[in-house]
Design a protein around this ligand. Structure first.
Ligand code: NDP
Ligand code: 8X3
Length: 253
């Protein structure tokens, strides 16, 4: 069902986005892989079995004119996007709200909320015109529960939840589907980015527990994308067995 469909994945250079690229490539999709790090995207292309069906799109989702230009000038085989996976996102810092850096807030809000909006605004009109499409947003458990030091990141993911719901409401009467996949702890570069490259602190996040893998999430995203056309999965929350809420984690050490 996903075979020969065109799938745009934002944040495809790492973690969940890169795993989605592998999973959707294996399922026979035609892919547009977007992120800022072109070298990482090219490395990924060299690892898939069918590189000819992949278009690499260096893109900063925070820049609305870059997003618009890039998505309006896609080469022909990739110009009709069937599935948009809004995955690009990040957290910065774990500071109390009254002590946090304004630049950290801006990066999270600009990427996780405004970037997702810019890409969605550029892609969905074509889906409506063609009468076919599916938007899958990567939210988070953090959009359902707030944790200490995470207020702004959690607020951005609560916004992703509201935007997913709102887009579905606005698309009622069209065949376009809108889904959210909301993971808990997944071991990726996420914590390294959060702690501004402090690898040791990032490693401690997953200490003594078994986190989800990017591939666990990619399989769920593919499941959402491959339901029959009359089935719209609204939201899937997925946690590691060792995690029972945003703040409760079972650690063996
Ligand atoms: P990674 O840091 O491994 O990947 C993040 C991806 O987002 C990278 O490919 C990065 O690419 C891209 N990205 C960041 N900023 C931009 C930008 N301005 N423009 C384009 N691309 C950008 O983290 P994850 O794979 O874990 O994160 C993916 C998504 O999953 C995020 O939305 C995150 O919030 C969410 N999530 C993660 C969880 C986790 O525990 N890991 C749990 C729940 C949700 P580049 O730097 O090359 O631009
Ligand atoms: C990422 C998961 O719990 O670190 O969205 O916020 S968490």
């Amino acid at each position: 069902m996903i075979h020969n469909q065109t799938v745009l994945i934002t944040g495809a250079s790492s973690g969940i986005g890169a795993a989605c690229a592998q999973t959707f490539a294996q399922a026979g999709a035609r892919l547009i892989l977007a992120a800022r790090r072109r070298d990482r995207l090219e490395q990924l292309v060299s690892q898939v079995a069918n590189p000819d069906v992949i278009h690499v799109l260096p893109l900063d989702v925070r820049d609305p004119s870059q997003v618009e230009t890039a998505l309006n000038s896609l080469p022909k085989p990739w110009s009709h996007i069937d599935v948009l996976i809004n995955n690009a996102g990040l957290s910065r810092g774990l500071d109390k709200l009254h002590e946090a850096k304004r630049s950290d807030w801006e990066e999270m809000i600009d990427t996780n909320i405004k970037g997702l909006l810019y890409v969605t605004r550029a892609v969905v009109p074509g889906m409506v015109e063609r009468g076919q499409g599916h938007v899958i947003n990567i939210g988070s458990i953090a959009g359902h529960q707030t944790y200490p030091g995470g207020s702004v990141y959690c607020a951005t993911k609560a916004a992703v939840r509201a935007l997913t719901e709102g887009l579905k409401l606005d698309l009622l009467g069209t065949p376009i589907r809108v889904s959210a996949v909301d993971p808990g702890m997944v071991e990726t570069e996420f914590s390294q980015v959060r702690f501004h490259g402090d690898a040791e602190r990032a490693k401690q996040v997953y200490r003594g527990m078994t986190p989800l893998t990017p591939n666990d999430i990619a399989e769920i995203v593919l499941f959402c994308a491959t339901r029959p056309p009359h089935v719209n999965i609204s939201d899937i929350v997925v946690l590691a067995t060792d995690q029972s809420s945003a703040t409760l984690v079972h650690r063996r050490t």
